[in-house]
Design a protein around this ligand. Structure first.
Ligand SMILES: Cc1cc2nc3c(=O)[nH]c(=O)nc-3n(C[C@H](O)[C@H](O)[C@H](O)COP(=O)(O)O)c2cc1C
Ligand code: SF4
Length: 438
């Protein structure tokens, strides 16, 4: 392991992660001692419209993958419409490689709760939900205990801190399906239906939960709000880039010395992140990586200096996504990695639309053939043709995302595919038969 240089360490900007290392940070007493609920007191004295304006000014963009401007989303909620408004926090965190929301909820649950209360006050909502991944039992337990404590201290419930504002917050555990992270499938699931995406328009801003105006935001987005309220828009914008403002939690996994969460201003590079993580594991050289989870096209060692912000990653041909940087080395096979991701997409496809349901089914079969040493040159064309029929023709982003590792690995690592087809690489699978698959 190599130590990072001091100028690279200086690029760490712990904001959302700043309390994670403090003993018992999840307890309400500790949180209150560390500026906890100060932002709420400040926010409740402001006009809700001014809070929306503040979030717009800060340039905060959604941390759930698409980077949609948060203040604008809040501004879409119609006012004086006589309908209930809802805030739904997306805590499903299912994108492979992504691990920023669960540690946040485990280490600093009150930051999320405080953000929820401020966001609800801003959009005039009296009921909020945190939809958390079913498997995340520990995080859900901690979150529920924190919600209970927040009620006891008067931060939730009726007449919050004497302001006249009421809010109830429900923590709802999903059943564990990747598609339930897609915001409209999440809403269906929350309403008690099978989680499948809804046709849009109408959008959740007008017809969301129970057909009422709803904001759906990621955990990291909402947990950023108290920091912006306390620090101000200018301070927030002092981190990151002009169009991608603020700090971001980059989740590093794979062949590096110190995997984990590194919070830096948007626009840091992979080279710097790897340096912060103590370098690559001994004996490993970077071969390919995902900038934001497996739904974002793979990048290579040639892209180590691309600033990891929304615009620069798009210009490099990928997507910033959830900033889940999964790092693979020359000892990893891009064909096999893509196959494993595709098995995931095939398994998680909700089946509502044909391109994704059938396309992923067939692509898994082609990959098994290639990895069993029985692939043909035609298989590579069929893979690209299948992706062409999925991308842009699927009902939701799951189908589009499934094509990312396929097309990008074929773009950068076609030779690895040819090595299987032409017999230079030993087969990885004993048989192309799908044993036990569905
Ligand atoms: C298949 C799929 C899975 C998704 N999973 C998540 C998730 O686990 N968490 C999340 O915040 N957003 C997820 N999203 C994005 C949400 O649909 C939505 O854009 C996001 O919750 C909006 O919040 P934000 O504006 O704060 O980023 C997913 C999208 C798709 C297409
Ligand atoms: S793209 Fe896949 S997950 Fe999305 S609606 Fe179609 S079948 Fe379901």
């Amino acid at each position: 392991m190599t130590s990072p240089r001091s100028e690279t360490v200086a690029k760490l900007t712990p904001v959302l992660t700043k309390r994670w290392g403090v003993p018992d940070a999840w307890k309400i007493d500790t949180y209150e001692k560390l500026e906890g609920y100060l932002a709420l007191r400040k926010a409740l004295k402001a006009h809700p419209d001014d809070l929306i304006a503040l979030i717009k000014d800060s340039g905060l963009r959604g941390r759930g993958g698409a980077g949609f401007p948060t203040g604008m989303k809040w501004g879409f909620i119609p006012q004086n419409d006589g309908k209930p408004h809802y805030l739904v926090v997306n805590a499903d965190e299912g994108e492979p490689g992504t691990c920023k929301d669960l540690p946040l909820m485990t280490s600093d649950p009150h930051a999320l709760i405080e953000g929820v209360i401020i966001a609800c006050y801003a959009i005039r909502s009296n009921r909020a939900f945190i939809y958390i991944r079913g498997e995340a039992v520990h995080a859900a337990r901690r979150l529920r205990a924190a919600v209970e404590d927040a009620y006891k201290r008067g931060y939730l419930g009726k007449n919050i801190l004497g302001s006249g504002f009421d809010l109830d917050l429900v923590v709802h555990s999903g059943a564990g399906a990747y598609i339930c992270g897609e915001e409209t499938a999440l809403l269906d699931s929350l309403e008690g239906f099978r989680g499948q995406p809804r046709l849009r328009p109408p959008f959740p801003a007008t017809h969301g939960l129970y057909a009422c105006p709803t904001v759906v935001n990621n955990v990291g987005t909402i947990a950023s709000v108290p920091h912006i309220v306390l620090g101000g828009a200018a301070w927030w914008k002092s981190m990151g880039t002009e169009k991608s403002s603020g700090p971001m939690i980059y989740s590093l996994s794979g062949r590096i010395a110190n995997p984990g969460q590194y919070e830096c201003g948007l626009g840091i590079t992979l080279r710097e992140l790897i340096e912060l993580a103590g370098g690559m594991k001994p004996g490993h050289n970077l071969k390919f990586w995902t900038p934001g989870g497996s739904s974002t096209p793979l990048l290579t060692a040639d892209h180590m200096d691309v600033p990891l912000d929304f615009e620069s990653v798009a210009a490099a041909g990928s997507i910033l996504g959830t900033t889940a940087t999964q790092i693979f080395s020359d000892q990893d096979c891009p064909v096999y990695a893509t196959y494993k991701w595709l098995e995931f997409y095939h398994h998680e496809s909700c089946g509502k639309c044909t391109p994704c349901r059938e396309g992923n089914y067939w692509m898994v079969r082609i990959y098994r053939r290639i990895l069993a040493g029985e692939g043909t040159y035609e298989d590579l064309d069929t893979l690209l043709d299948t992706c062409d029929n999925i991308l842009g023709r699927s009902f939701c982003g799951l189908g589009d995302g499934a094509t990312s590792p396929v097309t990008s690995s074929l773009q950068y690592f076609k030779q690895d595919y040819l090595d299987y087809i032409e017999g230079r690489t030993a087969p990885r699978l004993r048989s192309a038969e799908l044993v036990g698959a569905h």
